[in-house]
Design a protein around this ligand. Structure first.
Ligand code: ARG
Length: 462
């Protein structure tokens, strides 16, 4: 380039930047992750410039070929990244000049780094939406396999983490299938909305060159070009939507992780995590710690943190581009990496864990879990109003509690002492199997309902 004082904009600048200015300004340390997208965008741009007669076909071909050479250098790990060249866009262009010479100077016609970074980043985030979608489908399959194995295993259902009513293992697993399916839906929605091309918005106002934005949009797999050039270069909604969807997904992962942590304790023993997802203790030989589950539980912290950080960066920015927006990338990279790792670890853990049906069943029978069944029986068999049935059942629970036994352990005469109408038939509804079998309302925990949901999801995922 022209003079030694400033490699990038020597025309206007007499002196180079202060070293600390260079340090705060450079993004090459992280935006090198956009290299593939940057080169893809530039190749589409060069082809369009030739098609529109803005550069010669010969120059455009040299540019497109040269960019592939640059890409192969980056992929081989031999590319000489330079902080003085600030970012991935300038690094690639400068290297292209070394590889192909003068035609490289024509690539940046009718384009700015503002639309360039916007297109690169959209392509990157779009790929992440697809990756999250695939990882979520894999996790749903692992949960479905667990649900199928134990569609009718009875376990306690909780509210307030107190035993509430018996449910089935399959039903509990399928609850997470529903959550992760909604997460997939959020990534799909975000992807659909972000799939517009900012390329050709140039610095902010568009360009006087006769470019074809529809051509580049199509070449890059976008549905259409963004319709407002100011919006195109300054919008980061797509990254915020990705982060928001990631945060909700991470919250779901964290809830499941929390359950696995609790369930694998000596006090619960609902599940045994496989060795592959556990760690030992350096001092306590008996320990088997659910570290993977704990780390998944924690990932929401950084993912939600990234979301808040980017909202904060964006909230006060006037149109259009401001350098603040360079702070978008690290947040999204870190959140995406964390989410993908957490999804992969959860899928492995769920696939490898072994539930303990005997322990689940025994736990389901504790805590007067069939008290609601008893109250419902009083309504059905004796015609009691539900409020009165609730009261009678409460007295029976108190009686059992006083005796230190469960409801089915009370004798018929004990029960008749509380309400004379109670008959032997009541004992049938006090069993946990009968309890879950009776919950046949749509979406309820009856094994037939659960199996119907499993079948529906298996077909949807096939
Ligand atoms: N590295 C910059 C970023 O990530 C690229 C865009 C720079 N544009 C500019 N006008 N300085 O945002």
């Amino acid at each position: 380039m022209t003079d030694s004082s400033n490699t990038m904009w020597g025309g206007r600048f007499a002196a180079g930047p202060d070293a600390i200015m260079e340090a705060i300004n450079a993004s090459i340390g992280f935006d090198r992750r956009l290299a593939r997208q940057d080169i893809e965008g530039s190749r589409a741009h060069a082809a369009m410039l030739a098609a529109a007669g803005i550069v010669s076909s010969k120059d455009a071909e040299a540019i497109r070929e040269g960019l592939l050479t640059v890409l192969s250098e980056i992929e081989a790990g031999v590319f000489p990244f330079s902080t003085a060249l600030e970012d991935i866009h300038m690094n690639v262009e400068a290297r292209l000049k070394e590889v192909i010479g003068d035609p490289a100077g024509r690539l940046h016609t009718a384009r700015s780094r503002n639309d360039q970074v916007a297109v690169d980043f959209r392509l990157w985030v779009r790929d992440q939406c697809d990756a999250a979608d695939g990882a979520l489908a894999a996790l749903m399959r692992a949960l479905l396999a667990q649900a199928e194995a134990g569609a009718d295993w009875v376990m306690p259902g909780f509210t307030h983490l107190q035993v509430a009513q018996p449910v089935t293992w399959g039903h509990h697993m399928m609850a997470y299938v529903e959550m992760f399916a909604r997460d997939r839906g959020r990534f799909a929605d975000a992807r659909r909305r972000m799939n517009e091309s900012p390329l050709g918005a140039a610095a902010l106002a568009g360009t006087s060159f006769p470019i074809d934005r529809h051509m580049t949009a199509e070449a890059l797999g976008f549905d259409r070009p963004c319709a407002n050039s100011l919006d195109a270069v300054s919008d980061r909604d797509f990254a915020l939507e990705f982060l928001s969807a990631s945060s909700i997904c991470a919250m779901h992962l964290s809830r499941l992780a929390e359950e696995l942590v609790i369930w694998s304790t000596a006090q619960f023993r609902f599940v045994k995590m496989s060795d592959r997802w556990s760690t030992g203790s350096s001092i306590m030989p008996q320990k088997r710690n659910p570290d993977a589950a704990e780390l998944i539980r924690a990932k929401i912290g950084r993912i939600l943190g990234a979301t808040v950080a980017l909202f904060t960066v964006m909230k006060g920015l006037p149109l259009t581009y401001s350098k603040d927006m360079q702070e978008d990338k690290e947040q999204v990279f870190d959140a995406a990496d964390s989410l993908m790792l957490a999804l992969a670890a959860m899928t492995g853990m769920v696939g490898d864990m072994t539930a303990n049906p005997d322990v689940l069943r025994a736990a389901a029978a504790t805590g007067f879990s069939t008290a609601t069944d008893l109250a419902d029986w009083l309504v059905r068999a004796l015609g009691l109003p539900f409020r009165e049935a609730h009261h009678v059942t409460g007295r029976l629970v108190a009686l059992a509690e006083g005796r230190g036994c469960d409801l089915p352990d009370l004798s018929l005469s004990d029960m008749q002492g509380v309400h004379p109408g109670i008959a032997q038939a009541v004992f049938a509804v006090l069993g946990v199997e009968n309890s879950v079998r009776s919950r046949t309302s749509y979406g309820g925990t009856a094994p037939d309902q659960v199996r119907a949901q499993i079948a529906r999801w298996k077909e949807a995922l096939a």
